[in-house]
Design a protein around this ligand. Structure first.
Ligand SMILES: NC(=O)c1ccc[n+]([C@@H]2O[C@H](COP(=O)([O-])OP(=O)(O)OC[C@H]3O[C@@H](n4cnc5c(N)ncnc54)[C@H](O)[C@@H]3O)[C@@H](O)[C@H]2O)c1
Length: 339
């Protein structure tokens, strides 16, 4: 994908990315550094990511610490970032069911602190990583449009992702902070290390690489909107500079629906996994049978157009997991492949 036109807008700027070592953040860092920013600052506590996932570059400043730590926030905001991409989060649904207070602290209070420092330092834009898998609830009509937000949500993570958007809107309305809410769906691509709380694609691919059956919780007819990380980063960068995105919530997705059975079959085919598929009961909180985003608003306001063909994206994940296998095994330890 050609990012050059959009990267020109970030020339000579200072960019702060919270959660920049994570799946989406590390891709955003790499793509930004392929342009000419003055400095990219990552604030990450490495609670669900690893330093090896970040490139080495003398324009990259990695600050290890939490978005809850005032000292670290003072340090990174002292640089007066022109752009703030707030991606750090306690991720995701099952993790928040198991650790609801941590979820509130990081995704609620941590987010509020980012907003406060942004209010004081006035960056050109504050992008928030919201979640279209969260805020529409389980029963919105297909495709999900930005106006359909639900107040009946299924997990603390979903509730706090909505809270994050509400804080952004409050800071925009009250202090004229230039906030923008990106609503991601199931983002996938190189850079996501598999683990018990991670997304289905790295978990399935990792299991397939170990010739284990892919475990589907449900019938497999459930659908999701899988968005390739390179496309999502393109959308994030556009939301960071397009004036029309200010004060708006915008779906960043593929606009296509894929069933979990179809996904599992494709991954077994790509990896040559002979172990097949096994079915398990649905998780109690998972009430969402279909997910499909409307990307009409993203097209209209920021010219967003996803490019990656789905199967090629899955092959890229497989390639990345193979290339980084030893780092991953070292990082996630002997439980690798068991979830
Ligand atoms: N991946 C998806 O499918 C998806 C979907 C919807 C929304 N999102 C949101 O997008 C953002 C990025 O997602 P991701 O897939 O890259 O997740 P990720 O877990 O890979 O990245 C999150 C990063 O935040 C860091 N982090 C966690 N707590 C922190 C804290 N207290 N202080 C500083 N850093 C902290 C983690 O170490 C990690 O590097 C998150 O806000 C997530 O909720 C992701």
């Amino acid at each position: 994908m050609d990012y050059s036109k959009i990267l020109d807008k970030y020339e000579n700027s200072v960019v702060l990315i919270t959660g920049g070592a994570g799946c989406i953040g590390s891709n955003l860092v790499r793509i930004l550094l392929s342009g000419s920013p003055r400095k990219v600052i990552v604030l990450d506590d490495f609670s669900s990511s690893y330093l090896w996932n970040l490139p080495k570059d003398n324009r990259l400043d990695v600050v290890e610490g939490s978005i809850l730590e005032e000292q670290k926030l003072k340090q990174v905001f002292y640089e007066r970032p022109d752009f703030v991409f707030h991606l750090a989060a306690h991720f995701a649904n099952q993790n928040s069911i198991d650790h609801p207070e941590t979820d509130l602290m990081v995704n609620g209070l941590g987010h509020l602190r980012i907003m406060e420092y942004a209010r004081l330092t006035e960056p050109q834009r504050v992008f928030f990583a919201g979640s279209g898998c969260s805020v529409y609830g389980s029963h919105a009509p297909i495709p999900f449009k930005e106006t359909m937000v639900s107040l009946t949500l299924d997990t603390p993570y979903q509730i706090h992702k909505l809270l994050g958007e509400l804080y952004c809107n409050h800071y925009h309305e009250t202090y004229d902070l230039k906030t923008t809410n990106g609503r991601f769906f199931n983002v996938f691509g190189p850079g996501e290390v598999p683990g018990p709380y991670r997304n289905v694609i790295p978990i399935f691919t990792w299991r397939a690489m170990h010739e284990k059956p892919l475990l589907i919780t449900g019938t497999g007819d459930e659908t999701r909107d899988f968005a390739y990380v390179g496309d999502v980063v393109n959308g994030i960068l556009r939301m960071g500079v397009f004036e029309k995105a200010v004060g708006e919530a915008i779906n960043l997705a593929s606009g296509k629906e894929t069933s979990i059975k179809e996904l599992a079959t494709l991954i077994n085919e790509i990896t040559g996994n002979p172990a097949g598929i096994e079915y398990r009961p649905k998780r109690s909180w998972d009430k969402s049978n279909r997910r499909l985003a409307s990307i009409a608003k993203a097209k209209e306001l920021i010219g967003y157009e996803p490019q990656m063909e789905f199967k090629q994206g899955l092959k890229n994940v497989h390639g990345w997991l193979k290339s980084y296998k030893s780092n991953i095994v070292e990082s996630i330890g002997p439980s690798a492949g068991l979830w």
